[in-house]
Design a protein around this ligand. Sequence first.
Ligand code: ADP
Ligand code: MG
Length: 419
Amino acid sequence: MADLIKPIFVNISIIVSLTFIANLIYPFNAKGGISLKQKLFFGLISSIAAIGCMYYPIDGFRTTVFDLRTVPLIVATLYAGLIPGTMCSLVIIFTRLSIGGEYAWVGVLITVVALAIGFAYSRMFNEALKKWKPGLVAGFLFFLLYVLILYIHVDFLPVRFYFIYFFSFYTLYFLLILLIDRLIRINLQLEETIYLGKLSVLGQMAASIAHEIRNPLTTVRGLIQFLSCHTKDDQLKQHAPLIIDELDRSNKIISDYLSLVRPSEMKLRNVDLKEVVEDITHLLSPLAVFNSVIIKPELSKQHLVKADDHQLKQCLINLIKNGIEASEGGGTISIRDEVNTVDTVDLIIEDTGKGMTKEEVQKVGLPFYTTKTKGTGLGTMITFRLIRNMKGSISYNSTPEKGTSVIVRLPVATNGEKE
Ligand code: ADP
Ligand code: MG
């Protein structure tokens, strides 16, 4: 037994430590796509992990070798797709063939099966809010096929072996999925902490400036109103409404800014998505018309989602405004729904604007990231946080010069009644 435990621990240590190293160099994140450079890097790291495991096999039955090399292969493919998966598979196949033995090709077959399963579940895995569910299905399928291949080609091995091997395989496999998920969350929290640090200074400044400015503004507004009613000066009478309007506008800017830095409390209710989208379309249509943009709400039916309607509206306004601002010289913004899983619904906001490169997509949502001269770089940051608090998620697909689609995934209300 002890002779089995030792290599298992070595395999686990190799894979876990390489996962941490990968995260140090390219912090894992959940939003946007993974760039080609990152994919190649993840391919390299998973290949090193797989070779490391192969050098410390758990056990050999005749000329077969068993180790946990398929774990980094499946996990890298699930998270980052075919490129790192193929790199890792080729390295495994090459190494296995160079070790030789009559069962080398069984190893090749199992590697190809692992790659195929990882790739088949990769999309579902990345779209899922709870990653362990598709992870479990993919892992189980791999287990079935693995046992089948061994049974057909190698003979039935001692039960003790199956137990030890698959127990360590699954422990490591789930540990890794949980670990990567945790790392993604920690990375997000870190970004947010930095942001909140900046925001709290900003918030204090904003509050004091707002106070200092609002008081004289109110006095001036009152005086202008008073003077314009009691004067015989035509010019003052004529211009007073404009002055008052401008003062009110300044006041509104200050209030908006204050509400931004002092987020309100979230109240989750069952909200009709179609109604929210229609309200927002109505609200934003003057801005859209002004920019020659057409907003097309194309929701196929009513969806009840668990959300805070006020905050959801704020999020959609931010996202649609970005779409309008990206469509210089006109365009279309379509808002569709799509149902992929039983417990979530996707709202897709697609614009025909200037789009973004992969690198730019990675930066969306970072505090103060903006490419606009009058931008604040806070809109998407706040939207990401609010949607996450509603247990939803946001992802971006964008092509430069073609447009952007933002996918807002929201949890469906469990008791199907509108509140
Ligand atoms: P702001 O709108 O103040 O710049 P945001 O956080 O809303 O701040 O957006 C950050 C940046 O992300 C924008 O400056 C823009 O470069 C980019 N961006 C966001 N949405 C889109 C989009 N739909 N199309 C193109 N670029 C976008
Ligand atoms: Mg914006």
